[in-house]
Design a protein around this ligand. Structure first.
Ligand code: NAD
Length: 327
């Protein structure tokens, strides 16, 4: 076992759970929940570690990885690898593992909660009752049965949301350039794949479940909103920068679309004075879609198991590049 100055595993964010405690029984673990905010300190402590575990705030850059001569595995506690330079890790022979499916159900459920909250004005109605009001017609909502749900990105989360939409009696359409219209998933879900522009013009509710990449950055912008119905609702539980927030604010203010619900923001935490915070047709949550006890336990267990496996010379199960280190 190594000494405290040279931990086996560095945990750079707030990641807790019984699996983390078990990890500390077998390895020297250094955890600092605020380390992600201090890139120089992070680089310093990672320079002698064999494993790094992060959530989505620590930026695991090529520069950081190049300074970490002993590093063999990066564990990302969650889905989405936009904060990890997977290519740089691969070039250095470092395994990148994550928890790609473990929180998908919770995120899909939160997406459903946001859609229903927006359609039925639940936060606004709750707030008005607490203020002593008993307004009913003012909170007339939208019935979702019979409406068209447009799923943008039909992966682990998008497929679950599509299923929930069908259960509500919605007609589900989808856009995913990496899925074949003949695929089993599409047939089983009973949805129709189409170009994004067609989806946007047909959807009553459009919900985003794509990874953040160069191709999806600001995928939903002014031009996209102008294709949508003026009664349409937009939900984003993927990554904030997939939506151009300034364009969204204008679209919501000028009536180009009717409402939006966002769990993720372009900057997190967002500016408290964001114009979106002043709008009545917006529902906001602080990136909590994956924050259920079940999902967090499953995510941490999966990442801990893979990091421990790699450090013990075994193969990782949920790897993004290769199951064993190449260095
Ligand atoms: P996934 O990889 O299973 O699915 C993503 C889908 O998007 C894939 O089917 C892919 O083909 C598709 N896609 C890629 N580029 C596209 C494009 N330009 N247009 C349309 N589709 C495109 O991922 P997932 O598990 O479903 O998660 C989706 C995203 O949700 C993650 O990348 C992550 O950023 C985000 N997420 C957010 C939270 C949260 O707490 N809010 C939690 C987990 C995941």
């Amino acid at each position: 076992m190594r000494n405290r100055n040279a931990p086996d595993i560095v945990v750079a964010e707030d990641i807790v759970g019984s699996a983390m405690a078990q990890l500390a029984d077998s390895f020297e673990v250094y955890q600092d929940a605020g380390l992600w905010q201090r890139p120089d300190d992070l680089a310093d402590v990672v320079s002698t570690a064999r494993a790094l575990i992060v959530r989505n705030r620590a930026q695991v850059t090529s520069e950081l990885l190049q300074q970490a001569d002993q590093l063999v595995v990066v564990g990302r506690a969650g889905a989405g690898l936009d904060n990890v330079d997977v290519q740089a890790a691969s070039n250095l022979g470092i395994v990148v593992c994550s928890a790609p499916v473990q929180n998908a159900t919770s995120v899909a459920e939160h997406t459903l909660a946001l859609m229903l909250s927006l359609a039925r004005r639940i936060p606004h109605a709750d707030c008005s009752v607490r203020q002593g009001q008993w307004l009913r017609h003012e909170h007339t909502g939208i019935q979702l049965a019979g409406k068209v749900l447009g799923v943008i990105g039909l992966g682990n989360i998008g497929q679950r949301v599509a299923t929930y939409g069908r259960t509500l009696g919605m007609q589900v359409i989808a856009h995913d350039p990496y899925l074949s219209p003949d695929s089993e998933a599409v047939a089983q879900l009973g949805c129709t794949l189409m170009p994004l522009s067609d989806l946007l013009s047909r959807a009553d509710v459009a919900t985003i479940h794509v990874p953040l990449t160069d191709a999806t950055h600001h995928l939903l912008n002014r031009q996209a909103f102008e294709l949508m119905k003026d009664s349409a609702l937009l939900i984003n539980t993927s990554r904030g920068p997939v939506v151009n927030e300034a364009d969204l604010g204008e679209a919501l203010t000028s009536g180009v679309i009717a409402g939006a619900a966002l769990d993720v923001r372009e900057t997190e935490p967002p500016d408290p004075n964001s114009p979106l915070h002043m709008l009545d047709n917006v529902v906001l949550t602080p990136h909590i879609a994956a924050f259920t006890t079940a999902a967090q336990n499953a995510v941490v267990e999966a990442v801990v198991a893979d990091v421990a496996a790699v450090l013990d010379g075994q193969a990782a199960s949920y790897y993004a590049n290769f199951p064993r280190p190449q260095r």
